[in-house]
Design a protein around this ligand. Structure first.
Ligand code: C2E
Ligand code: MG
Ligand code: MG
Length: 573
């Protein structure tokens, strides 16, 4: 290899200075000719590449430049040689002698001759591998969930923001966002501890990764909430198929620490709209749809519609107004007589809550009870129903000393039923009213009873210790699991009114009512039919041996004073 002339043609003093600055520089220094060939290197540069001077002289820079970065280097050199720039700085990768990838920052300057012709490129090279890797690691941590390695909220939001800029309505591709929220995951954490909960989350993330299409993105937004983003959706149908696919990932149990966890999820689906395009608001819309899926019974998906958003907003308003109505004493209890079908005597009253809003008129309890379930308002409404109906029952009992005292049947919401305070609040309502526990029936729905069987069994035991009676409400509309009916063994089953409506002899409903009635009787339960509206329905139910009934045939739910009057002399007798 021929020794190379120093780049400076000036005085020998300047030449020495340059040589010293070059050789002793702590940065790697390299001089290349216009053909990219190395003319001179210093020892710091050799150190970066784990090579010696002999190995490097005459070599082209591109020969140890990382393949993907060759173009950047070439372009920078060309721009300088063409006179576009005299100086450039950029980052690139070298492949070291042992194959390791080294990140470097290159500052290039061009030296020209007397006629302004390009002579050499002098480059200073800094090894920035450590800083670069640290930066990458920090960047990764800032954008990924440490437990599952999935994209976190920040990265998902960045993705949607960049999609908003790049997805054109014209190319006919739409973006689908699916929020996947685990159902009642709190129970897993509460029962098995957070460490096991984390392992279940990891197993779920792995399952979701296995159904994810390569082009899609999966993220974890928070504890029990995942997000799935598909960017090449052509139709709503396609997004719905995707939702089915994601839902199917929850079909089989998750095996963790020798336990088998059945875990379902509710999914909200939104597809970007051709007019509005992609935006970060898609997450909010998918969330609204996810709450709808929860509301409709969980373990399913719902598709976002603008109407859904409107309804969700309205439920928020109702929630606020309901708090106000409760705080200002605007809620009332009404009472519907429960009648012995054989004698037509009143045996009790079901207490049903009523809310008359100045703005909305009568708001159906099905709606406002569900809205109250969102927070502790439901517990306050539940206590109010208990206290108020027992207080009013004690007033009727005092006025009607001559007859056997009727009972009052109070509905318990799911949250109230599983609340630790339940036994205590029942006891205090009984104490305050002086009502005998035998005159209190507590109605629970199957969905509430079956959502957490262990807690249900404990609660039922504590209610029976208090001496109260339990009725299973709306039987036949939920899971109607017969083995659980035997296990929970309520005192009364209330057969849902959907079986009674349009009941006629020989109809399918008659057969079902027959079966349900016999089942209850064989399990030694009292059987009650809800929603009796006509004499002919009553006749059939009598024929089928039903014990009790309630319905508009006798009376709708009425205010307390009216209930007391009906108790005195039932108009149907
Ligand atoms: P539920 O406990 O099954 O109550 C029976 C519902 O059927 C009542 O509706 C009652 O008015 C209605 N009903 C009774 N007889 C007939 C009939 O012959 N025909 C028809 N079409 N309907 C009849 P309501 O009062 O609208 O209550 C609806 C649901 O709201 C209740 O169903 C119960 O689940 C819930 N709810 C009402 N009050 C309370 C409460 O104080 N606490 C809780 N947790 N839930 C309540
Ligand atoms: Mg009820
Ligand atoms: Mg019912």
């Amino acid at each position: 290899m021929e020794e190379v002339d120093p780049p400076s043609r000036s005085s020998s003093e300047a030449e020495t200075r340059f040589r010293l600055a070059f050789e002793n520089n702590v940065s790697g220094m390299v001089i290349v000719d216009t053909e990219d060939r190395i003319l001179h290197v210093n020892s710091a540069f050799c150190k970066i590449l784990w090579s010696n001077t002999e190995e490097l002289l005459g070599k082209q820079i591109s020969s140890f430049t990382y393949a993907e970065d060759r173009q950047v280097t070439e372009e920078a050199h060309l721009r300088m040689l063409s006179g576009d720039l005299d100086q450039t700085t950029y980052q690139k990768r070298y492949v070291r002698k042992d194959g390791a990838i080294i990140w470097v920052e290159v500052s290039n300057g061009l030296v020209r001759g007397d006629n302004n012709e390009p002579l050499y490129l002098v480059a200073s090279i800094k090894d920035i591998t450590t800083e670069h890797n640290l930066h990458e690691q920090l960047d990764y941590q800032a954008h990924h969930d440490p437990l599952t390695g999935l994209a976190n909220r920040a990265l998902i939001e960045e993705l949607l923001t960049s999609l908003a800029e790049t997805t054109s309505v014209k190319d006919n591709k739409r973006v689908a966002v699916l929020i996947v929220d685990l159902d009642d995951f709190k129970d897993v954490n509460d029962t098995f501890g957070h460490r096991t909960g984390d392992s279940v989350i990891e197993a779920i993330a792995e399952r979701l990764k296995s159904v994810k299409r390569p082009q899609d993105t999966l993220g974890r937004l928070e504890g029990d909430e995942f997000v799935y983003i598909a960017t090449d959706i052509c139709s709503v149908d396609e997004a719905e198929k995707l939702a089915d696919e994601v839902l199917s990932a929850f079909q089989d149990p998750f095996n963790v620490e020798e336990e088998s966890f059945r875990q379902s999820a509710s999914i909200g689906v939104v597809v970007s709209n051709c007019d509005e395009g992609v935006s970060i608001d898609l997450i909010k819309s998918a969330d609204t749809a996810m709450y709808e899926a929860k509301r409709l019974g969980k373990a399913r998906w719902s598709l976002f519609t603008p109407q859904l958003a409107e309804e969700a907003l309205d439920r928020n308003r109702i929630h606020h107004e309901l708090w106000q109505a409760y705080s200002t004493g605007r809620l009332q209890m009404y009472y519907q007589p429960i009648v012995s079908l054989a004698t037509r005597d009143i045996v009790g009253f079901e207490a049903l809550m009523r809310w008359h809003s100045d703005k909305r008129g009568w708001v159906p309890p099905d709606l406002f009870i569900q809205v109250a379930e969102r927070d502790k308002l439901i517990l306050l409404l539940g206590s109010f129903a208990l206290e108020e109906s027992l207080k009013e029952l004690s007033e009727w009992v005092q006025k009607n000393t001559h007859r056997p005292a009727p009972y009052v049947s109070v509905n318990l919401s799911a949250r109230q039923f599983h609340s630790k305070e339940l036994a205590h609040s029942i006891q205090s309502a009984l104490d305050n009213s002086g009502i005998n526990p035998q005159n209190l029936v507590l109605e629970i729905t199957e969905t509430a009873a079956l959502s957490d069987l262990e807690s249900t069994s404990r609660t039922l035991a504590s209610l029976s210790d208090l001496g109260c009676t339990v009725a299973l409400d709306d039987f036949g509309t939920g899971y109607s699991s017969l083995s659980y009916l035997a296990k929970l063994h309520p005192n009364v089953i209330k057969i849902d009114r959907s079986f009674v409506s349009s009941l006629s002899t020989g109809s399918e409903n008659e057969i079902l009512l027959d079966c349900l009635g016999s089942l209850g009787h064989r399990l030694k339960m009292t059987v009650l039919a809800e929603g009796i509206e006509t004499e002919s329905e009553l006749d059939i139910l009598l024929e089928l041996g039903y014990d009790l009934g309630q319905g508009y045939l006798f009376s709708p739910a009425v205010p307390s004073t009216e209930a007391a009057r009906i108790l005195e002399s039932p108009p149907w007798k």
